[in-house]
Design a protein around this ligand. Structure first.
Ligand SMILES: Cc1cc2nc3c(=O)[nH]c(=O)nc-3n(C[C@H](O)[C@H](O)[C@H](O)COP(=O)(O)OP(=O)(O)OC[C@H]3O[C@@H](n4cnc5c(N)ncnc54)[C@H](O)[C@@H]3O)c2cc1C
Length: 460
């Protein structure tokens, strides 16, 4: 019935079902598994999406929203009785306003394209992470993605000025303004940022751009204790006078695997140190900024804060260094039945807590490999656990080891990836009963028939 109604409104190539679903999938890493769904709708404009939602809502039809399909929490998985709405055809950059330093984009625009267009206008969209070639701005906003430069520029939330959203009943809500300050009552767009498509479908966004830096410098640094990593962070942040933009920590075994065959990258520093930091500074004068970083590294070495350092000398060094960190597939593909974590906790507690978690994980006989790396300056660490089998009991046992210590430490089970299906049973470890209850009230108010991404984040 619903499909028939949708077919009456949409062209044939905008409502896919039956055999046409064989070439569709629910995640970029699951391209060989055909999508289970009633149909896939491909709207090209907001008004069409509004009609599709009205039809689905009238018939209490469950919907799963698909963006670039790069999330790491199972949030785009589907059941056979669900309709998928994919934003891939709403992929136009509508405006670059150089003077206001904003870009107005449809939600299906891929992050890398936004970065390119910003750069062609001598501006920067600072959000950056490994999945930039596939992740769409709508999915990125819905997950409030973080990435490699949060320390300097903030999470996605800090880079969104306005949104256009279609609510479950088809209502179009627009907050598409280019202004930074707007305290005229509730900031409604924030409801849709990070709510993983459970409260509405984002169709457009006004995003904030910043001046493009004139210099970019990076270095790999080896350090022997976690306390020194924290000292080094403070030292570089103050020494680089506001230009520190990235401070990525890689644990010993992870670095070895990122820079040894089958990985193609060579190690910028020799293996064997306990920690490796990849630094980035974005500034205004290439030679002066490089000299300043070099001098700071030399001092840090003489003060015995660091063991060794390699400063990127050329553009190709920069690419080489960042490819090591961004190409996490190199290590995750070495983890059988890979289980991903993106936790956050106070920076001072990271070293000891992660060491304890890693050793407890290795006490589980089925655990084969644990890799650790993360955006340590944001208190955000990623763990990937490889194991010999995949059972719900084992997954829960591993989750318990990683998630339960976080509650007492005031940490979070999700620093940036969201909750989706994978972390749903553990939400109470990061949020109080009162918070979860208010979240459910919001969901019931905005989506009374519970059609949007039903069962993701929590059950009603
Ligand atoms: C190699 C790799 C590296 C990554 N690194 C990082 C990282 O450093 N930091 C980080 O934060 N994340 C990272 N991620 C996770 C992922 O890239 C982000 O979660 C991304 O923001 C998801 O965007 P997407 O378009 O792929 O969304 P999808 O995966 O398609 O969807 C994500 C969620 O948003 C919903 N959704 C999608 N589009 C819309 C829309 N228009 N309106 C409403 N809801 C929508 C979906 O239903 C789903 O709930 C990484 C992923 C990979 C594969």
């Amino acid at each position: 019935m619903v499909i028939k109604l949708l077919q009456q409104y949409f062209d044939e190539d905008r409502v896919l079902y039956g055999d046409k679903l064989k070439e569709r999938y629910y995640h970029i890493w699951e391209m060989n598994n055909s999508l289970k769904a009633k149909a896939v709708i491909l709207p090209t404009k907001t008004a069409d999406l509004s009609v599709a939602l009205r039809i689905c809502n009238d018939h209490k039809q469950k919907i799963v929203i698909h963006g670039g399909l790069t999330n790491l929490v199972g949030s785009t998985e589907t059941e056979g009785d669900e309709v998928v709405i994919s934003l891939e055809k709403m992929n136009q950059i509508e405006e670059v306003d150089v003077k206001s330093r904003t870009m107005t984009v449809q939600s299906g625009v891929i992050l890398e394209n936004i970065q390119k267009i910003a750069s062609q206008n001598d501006l920067l969209f600072p959000l950056n992470f490994g999945a930039k070639g596939s992740a769409q701005i709508g999915g990125i906003i819905s997950t409030n993605a973080g990435g490699l430069r949060v320390f300097k520029y903030g999470m996605t939330r800090h880079l969104v000025l306005g949104l256009e959203v279609v609510l479950a009943d088809g209502t179009i809500l627009s907050t598409l303004k280019k202004i930074i300050k707007d305290n005229s009552a509730y900031d409604l767009k924030q409801l849709f940022i990070g709510s993983e498509g459970t409260l509405g479908i984002i169709t457009k966004a006004v995003i904030k751009l910043v001046e493009a830096p004139k210099s970019r410098n990076s270095a790999f640094v080896a350090i022997d204790t976690y306390n020194k990593v924290v000292d080094f962070l403070k030292y570089m942040d103050s020494g680089l006078a506001g230009t520190l933009s990235g401070f990525e920590l890689i644990w010993k075994e992870t670095y070895r695997r990122m820079t040894s065959p089958p990985a193609l990258a060579k190690p910028p520093l020799k293996h064997g140190s306990n920690y490796y930091v990849l630094l980035e500074s974005l500034g205004s004068n290439q030679e002066e900024d490089k000299a300043r970083m070099q001098a700071l590294l030399l001092d840090a070495f003489q003060e015995e804060m660091i063991l060794d350092a390699a400063l990127a000398d050329t553009q190709s060094d920069l690419q080489w260094f960042w490819k090591i960190r961004e190409d996490v597939r190199v290590v995750t593909s070495q983890c059988n039945h890979d289980q991903h974590f993106d936790i956050s906790l106070p920076i001072a507690k990271i070293g000891e807590t992660i060491d304890t978690i890693i050793s407890e994980l290795y006490n589980i006989p089925e655990v084969e490999l644990v890799v650790a790396f993360g955006h340590v300056a944001d208190g955000n660490i990623h763990l990937v656990v490889g194991k010999s089998k995949q059972t719900p009991e084992l997954i829960h046992q591993i989750n318990t080891v990683v998630y339960y210590p976080l509650q007492e430490l005031g940490g979070s089970i999700s620093a940036e990836h969201g909750i989706g299906l994978h972390k749903k049973p553990y939400l109470h470890l990061s949020r109080t009963d009162a918070e979860i209850s208010l979240m459910k009230t919001l969901k019931r108010t905005l989506d009374p028939n519970n059609i949007l991404n039903r069962g993701k984040i929590f059950d009603l």
